[in-house]
Design a binder for this molecule. Structure first.
Ligand SMILES: [Zn+2]
Ligand SMILES: [Zn+2]
Length: 368
């Protein structure tokens, strides 16, 4: 393996030629072909013997195992005919090409060129090393590579893809790679969902992991918001706590306890309830503030899920089910943070318990 780092890309060259000299079983050989096809942009296949049939048979076996996979298989197959002199070039390439078209018509739509390479195949005759054309051919190959679109978004993705492909090959899982990618991604998001909903984070303990776009590595936006943007009538530039610093759910806590910090925070940065002469107004602002906090969490979690599933077909059942599970969790959160607003059983202030609370209405002040 060798790497070339350019400004735009990292080119990774994998050379499997040494394997060919060792004793490898036909099945291992097949796995190599499939691995190659799944990870590569451009495959240079050196056809030693010009025995078209045995080569084609091997590829054809691989094609039967793969499901047609729109996103994953992007490789272009370049069959190299080695040591061809200029004089023979035309005849040899032509002959090879006609054998390929014959094979394609015999196999019909299941032919390996369509299934594995979507028709992206090239036949290149390569002159002997002492021929002037040798390096010219090399530079033509490099042009082909540059024209290919990158299939792995970045080094992170490349590593992840390679691991999944190897794991699938190992367990002889021949189903579509794309389906596996989707399943893994949605399973990860579903596992992180409770923490995302509760904290606006992917992980809270032992170290904080923020919500991220797992493809780009970019964090999900957690904008700084100024109080006057959400409550009319407030001026100045007081910033409110970012979403990722507020806990909004804990299955072991009552709503009164869970909302206590945020209630105190509101009284501190907006208005203390004791100093308010109009409780109706105070409550309206308080209610608005809570609603904003919940809407912000909801939209960040939705954004996180959307960004992390954007590259998949939106009607895929895993993507749809994951989204449904997320919406369920978020609507539970909205319900939990909906205030009661009826009159306290001990004074005239409004009740700030949750809408569905049991027991007496309570303003949660000293009622004085
Ligand atoms: Zn109440
Ligand atoms: Zn009261």
């Amino acid at each position: 393996m060798s790497l070339v780092n350019t400004k735009e890309y990292i080119y990774v060259t994998l050379n499997f030629e040494n394997f060919k000299h060792q004793e490898i079983s036909p099945q291992e050989d097949l796995l190599l072909t499939m691995f190659n096809t799944a990870v590569s942009n451009l495959i240079l296949f050196k056809n030693q013997s010009r025995d078209m049939l045995s080569m084609a048979k091997k590829f054809q076996d691989g094609a039967r195992l793969f499901e047609t996979d729109s996103e994953i298989l992007q490789a272009k197959l370049c069959i190299i005919l080695k040591d061809v002199s200029k004089a023979d070039e035309e005849v040899i390439v032509k002959e090879f090409r006609s054998k390929i078209s014959q094979l394609v018509s015999e196999e019909g739509k299941d032919n390996f060129i369509s299934r594995m390479y979507k028709g992206r195949i090239d036949i290149v005759s390569w002159p002997k090393f002492d021929d002037a054309g040798w390096s010219k051919t090399l530079s033509n190959i490099s042009k082909k590579l540059v024209r290919q679109e990158a299939i792995h978004e970045d080094a992170n993705n490349f590593l992840q893809n390679i691991k999944i492909i190897m794991a699938k090959l190992k367990i002889c899982d021949w189903t579509s790679l794309e389906k596996t990618f989707i399943q893994i991604r949605v399973a990860t998001l579903t596992r992180l969902l409770p923490t995302a909903v509760s904290y606006g984070l992917e992980q809270e303990d032992p170290i904080i992991e923020h919500l991220v776009n797992r493809d780009s590595g970019e964090p999900i936006d957690d904008q700084i918001v100024i109080l006057s943007d959400i409550l009319s009538g407030y001026e100045g530039s007081t910033k409110i706590l970012p979403d990722s610093e507020i806990q909004l759910y804990d299955e072991h806590e009552s709503f009164e306890r869970l909302s206590k910090d945020l209630r105190k925070y509101f009284e501190y940065i907006v208005q203390s309830r004791k100093e308010s002469s109009n409780d109706k107004e105070w409550f309206a602002n308080f209610d608005k503030f809570f609603k904003y906090i919940i809407e912000r969490r909801t939209s960040r979690v939705q954004n996180w899920y959307m960004q992390n599933t954007a590259k998949f077909p939106q009607d895929n059942s895993d993507v749809v089910n994951g989204k449904y599970a997320m919406e369920q969790e978020l609507s539970k959160l909205t319900l939990l943070w909906t205030l009661c607003g009826l009159i306290c059983h001990q004074c005239g202030l409004k009740c700030v318990k949750n809408r569905d609370h049991q027991e007496d209405h309570d303003c949660l002040t000293d009622h004085k």
